[in-house]
Design a protein around this ligand. Structure first.
Ligand code: ATP
Ligand code: LTN
Length: 327
């Protein structure tokens, strides 16, 4: 048995993967692979909590798997798999459903925001419990995510504690892990809203597969703040957001970037940032295209991932069945 701490995280194969997803989640994952026993999941069952076109969904699952690899996830180091390929996720969800109060779910911010549209599904309401099942099945220590998912990881901790105190110790209590800079990348068009796959204004979101010209156009059109100084500050949400993107894509500290642009204007800063983002994304896009040419190889990685995932999750689920009197 590995003595390394366990990491679990996932992204939904819905919409296009964007720089916010990369910075808040994937950049952490890539850096954790050598130190931790990592499980990275394509959470397709979460994606269907809102309506999806079946043919597009299957293509999106493959696209996301290829992007995981292109961003630097290494199947020799990490277990990469598709959530619905392992039925244990849905099985544990039901058991946790029966332990969760309606009130606990009604408090979830993401649900409150997303259920605005008429006809919100029961799945959308139940979404955080499926996420808790994902995490708890693997006896996870750390969950690297963006800021918006913190509340869901806290619910996961509460559910694990409740189960353990009702039935005896089964689950590890996981902790969220968030970046100090980049946990919430904001829309380029509205620095008060997070950059999001489902955002209607596409100019606010930089997709990992955007062309260099599109990236340049979006960054040059980004909303900035009054004044001229290029500094990170709460009353400069637009510039602070661009500085966070600059920092992650170049590896420079925010104060180094502030110094570099002390006497420069917004236009120069944005034009340099656009170049840095293009320089950062081009190799990811090149690798993505190469990986897509080998669909068999990709499928093999996901099959092996499923097997490794199942080996771990099965043990937890067996204990759950025993403790709850189902076996
Ligand atoms: P949707 O709009 O469909 O909710 P999303 O853009 O929020 O999608 P998710 O699949 O929900 O993307 O998120 C995947 C991961 O990326 C999560 O860990 C989430 O916290 C992180 N993430 C999403 N948006 C951002 C962002 N703007 N800044 C930092 N991290 C983010
Ligand atoms: N809800 C997450 C995606 C997700 C997840 C997980 C993240 C599903 N299961 C388990 C971490 C761990 C989101 O980003 N929307």
């Amino acid at each position: 048995m590995s003595s390394q701490k366990r990491v679990f995280s996932g992204i939904q194969p819905s919409g296009n993967l964007h720089l916010g997803n990369y910075i808040g989640a994937i950049s952490q994952w890539v850096n954790m692979q050598d130190q931790y026993d990592c499980f990275f999941c394509i959470v397709d069952l979460h994606a269907i909590t809102v309506s999806q076109d079946p043919q597009k969904l299957l293509a999106k699952i493959k696209e996301l798997a290829a992007l995981y690899l292109a961003c630097g996830l290494d199947p020799k180091k990490s277990t990469i798999f598709v959530q619905s390929h392992n039925p244990d996720h849905a099985s544990l969800t039901w058991i946790l459903d029966c332990l969760t109060s309606m009130g606990q779910l009604e408090r979830m911010t993401q649900y409150k925001t997303k259920s605005d549209q008429a006809g919100a599904s029961v799945g959308l309401f139940n979404y955080p419990i499926l996420m808790a099942a994902d995490i708890l099945l693997y006896q996870t220590d750390l969950v690297p995510v963006g800021q918006d998912q913190k509340q869901h990881v806290e619910l996961t901790r509460d559910l694990a504690q409740k189960f353990n105190s009702c039935f005896g110790p089964v689950f590890k209590i996981p902790k969220p892990k968030m970046l100090s800079v980049g946990a919430k990348i904001m829309s380029l068009q509205n620095p008060k809203q997070k950059m999001s796959k489902s955002s209607l204004d596409k100019r606010g979101t930089i997709d990992l597969l955007d062309s260099p010209q599109t990236i340049k156009n979006k960054i040059m059109a980004a909303v900035t703040d009054s004044g001229q100084e290029i500094i990170a500050s709460p009353n400069k949400p637009g510039i602070s957001n661009l500085l966070a993107i600059y920092s992650i894509t170049t590896g420079l500290e925010i104060n180094q970037i502030e110094k570099r642009y002390q006497d420069k204007n917004y236009g120069q800063f944005k034009s340099d940032l656009a170049q840095e983002v293009v320089k950062f994304l081009t190799p990811i896009q090149d690798r993505y295209r190469t990986i897509c040419q080998n669909q068999k190889g990709l499928a093999k990685i996901l099959t092996e991932g499923k097997q490794k995932a199942k080996e771990v999750s099965q043990k937890t689920l067996d204990q759950v069945y025993q403790k709850t009197g189902l076996r």
